[in-house]
Ligand binder design. Structure first.
Ligand code: T4K
Length: 424
């Protein structure tokens, strides 16, 4: 099956058999891991970029070339900032070259020092943005259901050196914002959110971007709305926004007047052109992600030990992550075994966010016993598996992926036997 074959409406989303080869659940011997032919000829990736209207994008690039304005506060960047601020109903959207630099700048502009409480169950950029500036990330465990910071555990980690809490709205599902804000206010701490996954999502009906002192979005190529590389900080704090604008441009307040230590965090016009074009297709991207999520939900029904992370139907979500939790005892195969089954079929499922920041360097060496306080994180990092979605994936592929998962579990004994000793 070619992974280029997308969104074929003729293929029923609820089918449990591979729709192309028509392999049934009982045809477990056809699994590529067990000697069969791979389902997909080409890799099916997690993180394939959504591409908006190409003619609009190329028209913008032509404009950009005609006006010979490629970076440093060009009109596309200004328009992108306005459009984001309007969409989120925030006073300021400060766009940057990527979300990691945006986090670093927000952290610096807030004046964070000492220790900052963060989850370990996140992309490593959240922790690195602190460590990069000699601020110690203190890893806090997450709630096993929401996968977000567990406020009950945050309080216990606060010391006289703590300056802030950074919550991550993992998978675009909002943290317990109110509980975190209450702790931050009560203990005189800053509250910042890594909202890299949460563009276009709401919490309690309000757009994410409005919570804490600031919230940081990513527009990386793998995000549902992308500018190639890019990020933005949303805030309702005028002074903070002004400081971040200075810091992203070397601290320049005027042609030759530098008033701050700064860096180069600017977004270029090419990225802003891509971002603006993506924004115009945002509703369509979300609709596709939502349909894909529903198709996975239907296709995975009844597979023992396999559950799909859900989105709150009362909130707006971007549905950009399709995340499975694998319960090894019920499924009969571990998450890593299932990943090997999928990879053999050319479905490049990802273990986001294995193994957890605390088990990556430099944190692993700095805090060798951090895992003792992170039981839910350690449990989750061994259970989660992200599957392909977005506009590059169609119902046919989703039905096929679900069929592979089902056959992988059905063939648990054979899979375990084949992988014995090589996979956990
Ligand atoms: N905070 C959180 C919670 C985050 O998740 C992230 C980023 C950040 C902060 C920092 O945001 P940025 O500074 O990146 O704006 C990817 C992304 O690079 C990263 O942005 C993202 N989170 C993370 C969850 O995923 P990797 O290491 O998995 O990337 P990589 O190169 O393996 O790409 C994933 C797959 O995407 C590839 O196998 C193929 C596909 N792909 C990728 C690109 C770039 C394409 O098909 N086309 C492409 O152009 O981190």
């Amino acid at each position: 099956m070619s992974s280029k074959h997308t969104r074929d409406p003729a293929v029923g989303a609820t089918s449990v058999a591979d729709p192309v080869t028509d392999r049934g659940v009982s045809d477990v011997h056809t699994l590529a891991l067990l000697g069969g032919r791979p389902t997909f000829d080409e890799p099916l990736y997690v993180g394939r970029p959504n591409i908006g209207d190409r003619s609009r994008l190329t028209a913008r690039i032509d404009d950009m070339l005609d006006r010979r304005w490629l970076s440093n506060g060009g009109p596309f960047v200004e328009e992108f900032e306005r459009r984001i601020a309007d969409l989120l109903s925030v006073r300021h959207a400060v766009v940057m070259c990527n979300a990691t630099v945006a986090l670093e700048i927000a952290i610096r502009a807030l004046g964070l020092t000492g220790e900052v409480i963060v989850p370990s169950f996140t992309f490593v950029a959240t922790a690195h943005a602190l460590q990069w500036q000699q601020i110690t990330p203190v890893f806090c465990d997450v709630d096993p259901v929401t996968h977000n910071l567990d406020p009950a555990r945050v309080e216990a980690l606060i010391t006289p050196r703590t300056s802030a809490i950074i919550g991550v709205h993992l998978w675009g599902r909002a943290c317990d914002v109110e509980a975190l804000q209450a702790i931050a206010t009560g203990r005189g701490l800053h509250l910042l959110f890594d909202a890299a996954h949460a563009f276009g999502c709401t919490h309690d009906g309000r757009m994410i971007g409005n919570f804490g002192a600031a919230e940081v979005f990513s527009f990386h190529a793998t995000k549902f709305l992308n500018s190639g590389e890019g990020g933005a900080v949303a805030t309702n704090d005028d002074d903070l926004a002004a400081r971040m604008r200075l810091m992203r441009n070397f601290g320049f307040a005027d042609f030759d007047q530098v008033v701050y230590v700064g860096t180069n965090g600017k977004m270029n016009e090419m990225s802003a052109a891509m971002g603006l074009t993506s924004l115009e297709s945002m509703d369509e991207f979300i609709a596709v992600n939502r349909a894909n999520h529903a198709a996975y939900d239907a296709g995975l029904q009844g597979i023992p030990g396999v559950s799909l992370v859900r989105y709150d139907s009362d909130e707006q979500s971007n549905y950009q992550y399709v995340v499975l939790e694998i319960d090894e005892r019920e499924a009969g195969v571990s998450r890593d075994m299932l990943q090997r089954v999928l990879h053999a079929e050319n479905v490049l499922a990802r273990r986001y966010f294995y193994p957890g920041c605390h088990r990556m360097e430099p944190y692993r060496s700095l805090f060798p016993h951090a895992g003792l306080l992170l039981p839910e994180t350690e449990r989750l990092t061994d259970r989660v598996l992200s599957l392909p979605t977005g506009t590059a994936v169609g119902e046919g592929e989703i039905a096929a992926v679900c069929g592979i998962v089902r056959r992988g579990v059905t063939a648990g004994v054979a899979v375990r036997g084949t992988l014995a000793g090589s996979v956990r």
